[in-house]
Every structure is written in structure tokens, then in C-alpha cells.
Design a protein around this ligand. Structure first.
Ligand SMILES: [Zn+2]
Length: 447
């Protein structure tokens, strides 16, 4: 078997400048013409090692325009990789010599992005609610992926739209570029000292279905309270705090400049003297920070940051969560892969409450499936995916002491990946809300 890593080391000097690097795309709009997404399924250790070495050869990835949409972890688990046309042809011999026969998931990423932009152009406008202060027009809102301004305005409108509920918005901090980290607190005011649930979304910028799903939750809770028994049952038990846009800088950047941006937009000097933007905000939390599955290279997509909570976004979130606890449940929305992930992410060991967390998540996944047949797999992050330290769910469980701590990897399983078409916004919201309702019922009974 050819040692892929050694071959790669030989190949690297043959390649040219850093022209493909995301780090250096600062002006204009990054295009992904003829970029493809290939799916690999490593069936032996050599193949897995080849993919692992490639995924960790950060300089190579940057130079050649290679982006692991899902990272290698376990044997027989799929690994989706976006490749520039040049990278695809130059790596083809290595794939072949490692007996890897990838299937093509997406043959032209830019074409998918163009289709998305076309719908966005038709559907979004600065004030989707008509006159300011009028009833939020949620019908239009969920037709497309909305921008930061619209989401912030929608939160404000939502907070005023149901006077039977106790609703308030609060800015818990500012992003690196000064955008609001805005939460909405949803309570039916039934009693003081009610138990609480935290939900956040959009830590990873390009995972647009996360913020959409969080907004779907907010809309559902606010507009259906008093009319929908399922919603009332949730709000009779819990007060819910939702941060729908945890990384607004990155999110806006994916709309204006680079659809595939993942990180925050902070600046760190790299070890080579140039500046790379962004930290992975799901590798930046303090619990077991930097102990594996993250990078100390500022240009890496899984850069853990120069120190724990170096990012104003994760810092503000963690401070709010610690100050306003206790919480019964922590949920973070990501995409994609259709998984409900449990701690730990930093080790293959299982946490003390794993079996109970698993039981609840399995029940949620079963009910989720009953709506549209969407299958979610449940398990610990490390055992289903790979080691990744500094994640928010590990921190929520290990540091903040939240017994039920979950990360949802929402739709799909790779047909569209991060560029999930708009028509999936509503069904994803509906089915995920059903899972959430199940979780609320289950944990209320047992805690
Ligand atoms: Zn993510």
C-alpha cells in the first residue's frame, strides 16, 4: 500500500503559490466553479490514515483548495471532501494507489450556490414583515435563508408579537466585528423559577440550516402558544432561551464573500507571519481545550484559537450560560449528517449520564422520523465522528454541569451538504421541533 502522506510531502513543493487559500480571499466573492464534493469510505487502516494525513496537512489543503466537509474518523464512515478541479486531478493518482474510489456527491459546488442565490434574490428583502411593527410575516421568512439584519429585526418583532407570553430580547455580547449576539427569552410566565433550556445555532457560519431551525423554533413557540397543546406543554414546564445566530460575522461573510466559511472572523497572526482570519468557535470552549481534534494553526478550519474563549462570541455565550443557570438542557444546532451527538467530543470515554442522555435522544430520533422518515443516528461525538476538543456541548456538560447536552447535526446526509435548498427549511424545523418536544417531555419526567 502506498503511503499517502509521504507522497503528499513529495508533492507539496511541486505546487505553486497560495492562490487557493481561503486565508487570502479577502476581496470580492469567492467562487467555487467546478469544485466537486467527493465521498470516500475508508475500509482499511491504510485508507483511513491516508485521509487523516490529508485532512491534517493544513498547508496543502489551503494551497490547493481542499476542504473536508466531514472529517475522517472511523473505518467505514463516509468522509466528504470538497476539491478544486486542480486538486482533484492532482490527487487522483493518490486516491487510485490507495484503492479509494470516491463517489461524486456534488459535481459543481458553484452551481448549487448560484441556485441558492437566485432564490435568495427573489425571496429576501430588507423588511419581510411589511410595515415595521406589524405582525411578523413568517410565511415569507422561512422561504429562504435570511440575512443578519432581517433575523435581528425578526427577533425584535417576535418579542412584541404575543402579549400572552413573557418575551424579551437581550444582547448578551458583541461579535468580533461588533454585531449583536441577540437572544430571545420565551416564557409563558406560569411560575417563577421555572426550569430552563438553552438553544444556540450558527456557531459554524456555513451551516445555514441551524439558524433557520432556531428561528423556526422561536416562531413556533411564540405564535403557537395558547393554540397548540404541544407548545403549551413545553412552555408550562420550561423557559427557553434561544441564540439563533452565535457567529454573526461568519454568517454574514458566507452571504457576502465566501459561502464555505466556517469560522469566526477574528484575526490571529499565524506562525508564518501572515494573518489568518477566524477561529473555529466549536473548538474554542475551555473544557479540555486543545487536547485533540483541533489545530494550533491559525489558518486551519479547526483552529482552536490562541486560548480558550479567545472569541468574543464563545466568551459571551459561556458567561451568560454560567450566570443564568441552572439549565436542564443545552442544545446546539449544526449541520450536516443527521446525528444527535452526545458528549464527550474530547475522548472516547463516555460521560456519567451517557445512558440517560442516549435514551432521551433515541426517543427524540424515533419521533423525529415519524414525521418525514428522516433518520438520525445517536451517539457520542467521538464514537460517531472523531475526537474534537473545545466543543460547546462538552463544556456545557463538563463545565456548566448541564446534564442533558446535545449537538444536532441537522439535514442532510450529503446530497446537498451545507448548500441545503430552501425547501428543506420548514420540514427540518418541523421534525426537529418534534424531537425537541420529546426531549422536553422525557427530561422533565426524570429530573
Ligand atoms: Zn458545525
Amino acid at each position: 500500500m502506498v503511503n499517502g502522506f509521504q507522497l503528499l510531502l513529495v508533492l507539496i513543493p511541486l505546487f505553486g503559490s497560495f492562490s487557493q487559500s481561503q486565508c487570502f480571499i479577502e476581496d470580492g466573492y469567492k467562487r467555487y466553479n467546478d469544485y466537486s464534493v467527493l465521498r470516500f469510505i475508508p475500509t482499511n487502516v491504510e485508507q483511513l490514515k491516508f485521509l487523516y494525513d490529508l485532512a491534517h496537512n493544513e498547508t496543502f489543503l489551503m494551497e490547493r483548495g481542499v476542504d473536508f466537509w466531514t472529517a475522517p474518523g472511523n473505518l467505514n464512515a463516509s468522509v466528504d471532501v470538497m476539491l478544486s478541479p486542480e486538486a482533484r486531478s492532482s490527487l487522483a493518482p493518490l486516491f487510485k494507489s490507495n484503492l479509494l474510489n470516491p463517489s461524486v456527491m456534488i459535481d459543481d459546488v458553484q452551481r448549487r450556490i448560484d441556485a441558492e442565490n437566485e432564490i435568495k434574490g427573489r425571496q429576501s428583502f430588507p423588511f419581510p414583515f411589511g410595515l415595521r411593527g406589524s405582525r411578523p410575516n413568517t410565511k415569507l421568512f422561512f422561504n429562504t435563508y435570511q440575512r443578519y439584519d432581517t433575523i435581528m429585526a425578526m427577533l425584535d418583532d417576535m418579542a412584541k408579537s404575543n402579549d400572552k407570553l413573557r418575551l424579551s430580547v437581550e444582547v448578551i455580547g458583541k461579535s468580533f466585528e461588533g454585531r449583536d449576539l441577540k437572544i430571545i427569552k420565551i416564557s409563558n410566565g406560569a411560575s417563577n423559577g421555572k426550569r430552563k433550556i438553552w438553544i444556540d445555532a450558527g456557531l459554524h457560519a456555513r451551516e445555514w440550516i441551524g439558524p433557520s431551525t432556531a428561528m423556526y423554533f422561536i416562531n413556533k413557540l411564540v405564535t403557537s402558544a395558547g393554540k397548540d397543546e404541544a407548545v403549551d406543554q413545553i412552555l408550562n414546564k420550561y423557559d427557553i432561551v434561544i441564540l439563533p445566530l452565535a457567529n454573526p460575522d461568519g454568517y454574514e461573510y458566507t452571504h457576502t464573500t465566501n459561502r464555505m466559511w466556517r469560522k469566526t472572523r477574528s484575526q490571529t497572526n499565524s506562525r508564518w507571519g501572515y494573518i489568518c482570519r477566524g477561529t473555529d468557535p466549536n473548538r474554542n470552549w475551555s473544557y479540555k481545550w486543545g487536547t485533540g481534534g483541533s489545530s494550533s494553526n491559525a489558518c486551519s478550519d479547526i483552529f482552536a484559537g490562541p486560548k480558550p474563549f479567545s472569541e468574543p462570541e464563545t466568551k459571551a455565550m459561556s458567561q451568560y450560560i454560567l450566570k443564568n443557570g441552572p439549565w436542564d438542557m443545552y442544545i446546539s444546532f449544526h449541520s450536516y449528517s443527521q446525528l444527535i451527538l452526545l458528549p464527550w467530543g474530547w475522548t472516547t470515554d463516555l460521560p456519567e449520564h451517557y445512558n440517560e442522555m442516549y435514551r432521551v435522544a433515541e426517543k427524540a430520533a424515533t419521533n423525529l422520523k415519524s414525521l418525514y422518515g428522516t433518520t438520525f443516528t445517536v451517539g457520542s461525538a467521538t464514537n460517531l465522528l472523531y475526537v474534537a476538543s473545545g466543543g460547546s456541548d462538552d463544556w456545557a456538560y463538563g463545565e456548566a454541569g448541564i446534564k442533558y447536552s446535545y449537538t444536532f447535526e441537522l439535514r442532510d446526509t450529503g446530497d446537498h451538504g451545507f448548500v441545503l435548498p430552501e425547501e428543506f427549511i420548514k420540514p427540518t424545523g418541523e421534525e426537529t421541533f418534534l424531537a425537541f418536544k420529546t426531549m422536553c417531555d422525557e427530561i422533565y419526567q426524570t429530573s
